[in-house]
Design a protein around this ligand. Structure first.
Ligand SMILES: [Zn+2]
Length: 278
């Protein structure tokens, strides 16, 4: 049932598993509320394994399949693959142009992406994707930018906000209650078999990740299930929710973020506004 105006929400991510790990509960909740969810995945994720028996093509194929299966569970309307190679090969200006096109074409009201100013973010794809997605959100409104894109069905578009996912960046100013969609999140995460091995050192240090057997994979799924439940509970605890995901949200003005009040508050030594819960 649609509670408010239906929004076009575009998640712009670097690798097939990025969105699911960080904010699948929120995406599923927004889809249930009747918003249109699109995912633009910039790279094929083709080096995303520590296994030694796979080619880049095989990894890319596996990960795209996983993304599409997971996105189906979450209620994503359309998943678009831009096909850049994984691992730091994206040209910023080229990506910005392509993302401005998608902001215009999909009439993106809200962008979800990586915080490109996050502390200790080492992955070049996360940084460039977060930065160019933010710029695309702020600049798609200018008709003289990439005017060749403006055609009958594609017009300049004023995106309203960008939601940065993950906890490495700015302190969160939005918490989303995902108690009702946590099961969907866990189900979606467990579709990412190839990706689970990448983070398995967090929770399964004894498994040889270069040679994962089917039994190991079952164990990994079990451990991952536990890990992501406790992550959601840990984030929720901060705001007295059973399960939550956290975001840092910036409102957009043409070519800028609308953060003047926030900067003034910080400059005057006042504490930030308490986070919003939705
Ligand atoms: Zn990633």
């Amino acid at each position: 049932m649609l509670k408010s105006k239906s929004l076009n929400i575009v998640a712009i991510i670097a690798h097939p598993d990025d969105l699911t790990f960080f904010c699948a509960g929120t995406i599923a909740k927004w889809a249930e509320e009747g918003h249109n969810i699109y995912v633009v995945c910039c790279t094929s994720g083709n080096i995303g394994t520590v296994r030694t028996d796979l080619t880049k093509e095989q990894v890319a194929e596996m990960r795209e399949k996983e993304l599409r299966t997971a996105n189906k569970i979450l209620g994503v309307k359309e998943s678009l693959m831009l096909g850049y190679p994984d691992g730091g090969f994206i040209s910023g200006p080229e990506l910005r142009k392509r993302l401005v096109y998608y902001v215009r074409k999909l009439k993106a009201d809200r962008i979800v992406t990586f915080d490109p100013w996050a502390t200790y973010e080492v992955h070049p794809d996360h940084l460039i994707v977060g930065r160019m997605a933010s710029e695309a959100g702020a600049f798609a409104v200018f008709p003289l930018l990439y005017p060749e894109q403006i055609k009958e069905d594609i017009e300049p578009y004023a995106c309203s906000e960008v939601w940065y996912m993950g906890l490495l960046g700015h302190l969160p100013n939005y918490f989303v209650d995902i108690s009702s969609t946590l099961e969907k999140k866990i189900n979606a995460i467990l579709k990412f078999e190839a990706s689970l091995t990448l983070i398995a050192q967090l929770f399964a240090p004894n498994i040889d990740l270069a040679n994962v057997s089917p039994e190991d994979l079952k164990k990994l799924s079990k451990y991952a299930n536990k890990l992501f439940r406790s992550m959601a509970a840990g984030i929720g605890q901060k705001v007295k929710l059973k399960a939550a995901e956290a975001f840092y949200v910036q409102k957009i003005l043409p070519g800028h973020f609308d953060n003047f009040q926030e900067q003034m508050r910080a400059m005057l030594g006042n504490p930030p506004e308490p986070p919003k819960i939705c």
